[in-house]
Design a binder for this molecule. Structure first.
Ligand code: AHR
Length: 500
């Protein structure tokens, strides 16, 4: 019982696009109000943004954040969120049955993003609105000046254009729950026309068309084929969304769910390339996995909260409390994204603060790190460079939904500039340590820098503001001898093995 792998500099998947470590902030629950923005908090800056939260976002080195939704964007009037804050309207947010105060809008979020050192990926409303609102918002954000909307931005205190590069053409438009839900034909036409017009306003932008809300949607993958048929020449990326849960309390099966994500990505690539062939196009559509995470702990509770107490401002909904097994699946998901880094160029952990998030805040209190913070941190910090394709042989198991699940899930990133190699590895085994032998002979002269492990004997261990039960520790069970890394990965663990 052992895993063996060979890592070779020549077996390259792709240069990793750092944007695969993106995230998402929606006007939902306490993500914005009470999350990134809390003017009365002792650590708030002059605009009302919490500096402690900004520090954690910076620690994660998040490259891009999708905004302002999510389901919320399909009923959002962006004009409500600009101009003097005291005159902004309060609106019903029909997606989450809450009240939106509009105290944070486009310009405030751009200010926050600059401070947090992230790019904005803006979504336009293709639910209740369409081409006109989208082109106006783009003109407001990106046009230098001398026109109605760009001058209005200047009047609102933003002299220089925001220069927002990435734009989502709506959100989950295939979902019957979506405000303004559409058929694939309806959405495809609208997305294509909106995209065409937006690229006239600013040819430098990149556009993301909506794919399926998840791989179980009855319209998947026909939705992708039909919408791409309309949008192929206008869009640059197709979006994917997927959340996982362990409702059945079957951890071995839960940890294998990244294999479903792998299949999902394969199918979407095939569908994109089918349309490419059909259109005799030279252009390749890339993938934007702009919502992914574990999401299930809070679902039942939220349903009753939203039913019992609608129309609250910033209700505490979607506040999943993450445990060790969630962190392990998040690690497997990040590894899956790296394995597909030749086609997945952008991805967003959904979401970033309080709402199904790695960062939590207490109102008027502390900001703290959930278990899932750590694999995300490690991948974002150490997973930049060239993703290599290791040859892996691992013992396997079968679970309820999956066969041949490797106990070892792994990806390797080589940072040529820094001369650093990082092996990310999850041992899915719930009882046994996994001996690992890794041939690194092509990395002559490299030494072991550190082996970090996130583990706990209790798969259900969680973190709180006061007590971090699940966090990385340095592990001494690895050594390098004659170009071979010999290790033993603890049971149910996330591992980061760094060499330089
Ligand atoms: O991230 C939470 C919600 O999940 C988003 O609003 C929606 O796009 C998805 O269904």
């Amino acid at each position: 019982f052992k895993a063996v792998m060979i890592v070779d500099k020549e077996f390259r998947i792709s240069e990793v696009d750092p944007r695969i470590y993106g995230s998402f902030i929606e006007h939902l629950g306490r993500a914005v109000y009470g999350g990134i923005y809390e003017p009365d908090h002792p650590l708030a800056d002059e605009l009302g943004f919490r500096n402690d939260v900004i520090e954690l976002v910076r620690e994660l080195n998040v490259p891009v954040v999708r905004y302002p939704g999510g389901n919320m964007v399909s009923g959002y009037n962006w004009e409500d969120g600009v101009g003097p804050q005291e005159t902004r309207p309060r609106r019903l947010d029909l997606a989450w049955r809450s009240v939106e105060t509009n105290q944070v809008g486009t310009n405030e979020f751009v200010s926050w993003s600059r401070k947090a050192n992230v790019d904005v990926m803006m979504a336009v409303n293709l639910g209740t609105r369409g081409i006109d609102a989208a082109r106006n918002l783009l003109e407001y954000c990106n046009h230098p000046g001398g026109t109605y909307w760009s001058d209005l931005r200047k009047q609102h205190g933003c002299e220089t254009p925001h220069g927002i590069k990435m734009w989502c053409l709506g959100n989950e438009m295939d979902g019957p729950w979506q405000i303004g839900h559409k058929t694939a034909e309806e959405y495809g036409r609208l997305a294509a026309e909106t995209a065409k017009v937006m690229k006239i306003v600013d040819p430098g932008i990149e556009l993301i068309a909506c794919g399926s809300s998840n791989s179980k949607m009855p319209t998947f993958p026909e939705w992708e084929a039909t919408t791409l048929d309309h949008t192929y020449e206008h869009a640059d990326y197709l979006s994917l969304h997927q959340y996982y849960g362990n409702y059945e309390e079957d951890s071995a099966n839960f940890l294998a769910k990244s294999m479903n994500m792998d299949d999902f990505i394969h199918t979407i690539i095939s569908t994109c390339d089918y349309i490419k062939a059909k259109k005799r196009s030279k252009k390749t559509i890339h993938l934007c996995f702009d919502e992914w995470n574990v999401w299930y702990h809070s679902k039942e509770q939220d349903k009753s909260w939203i039913r019992r107490e609608p129309w609250k401002i910033a209700p505490p909904i979607l506040e999943d409390e993450y445990n060790l097994e969630d962190a392990l699946l998040v690690g497997c998901i990040l590894i899956t994204l790296l394995k597909h880094s030749d086609r997945v160029k952008v991805a967003c952990m959904a979401q970033l603060v309080n709402v199904i998030a790695p960062i939590m805040t207490e109102n008027n209190g502390e900001a703290w790190r959930q278990t899932i913070f750590y694999p995300y941190l490690h991948a974002s910090v150490y997973g930049r460079g060239i993703a290599l394709r290791p040859m892996v042989s691992s013992p396997k198991y079968d679970s309820k939904e999956f066969t041949d699940v490797p106990y070892l899930e792994t990806a390797v990133v080589w940072n040529e500039e820094k001369d650093e190699l990082t092996i990310f590895a999850v041992n899915r085994h719930l009882q046994e340590r996994l001996p690992l032998e890794c041939d690194l002979r092509h990395f002559e002269g490299y030494r072991l820098i550190e082996h970090l492990v996130v583990r706990h004997d209790d798969l259900k261990a969680v973190n709180t503001a006061k007590d971090e039960q699940v966090s990385p520790v340095s592990y001494t069970g690895s050594r390098l001898s004659d170009g071979v890394l010999i290790s033993e990965l603890p049971h149910q663990s996330w591992n980061v093995i760094r060499l330089a």
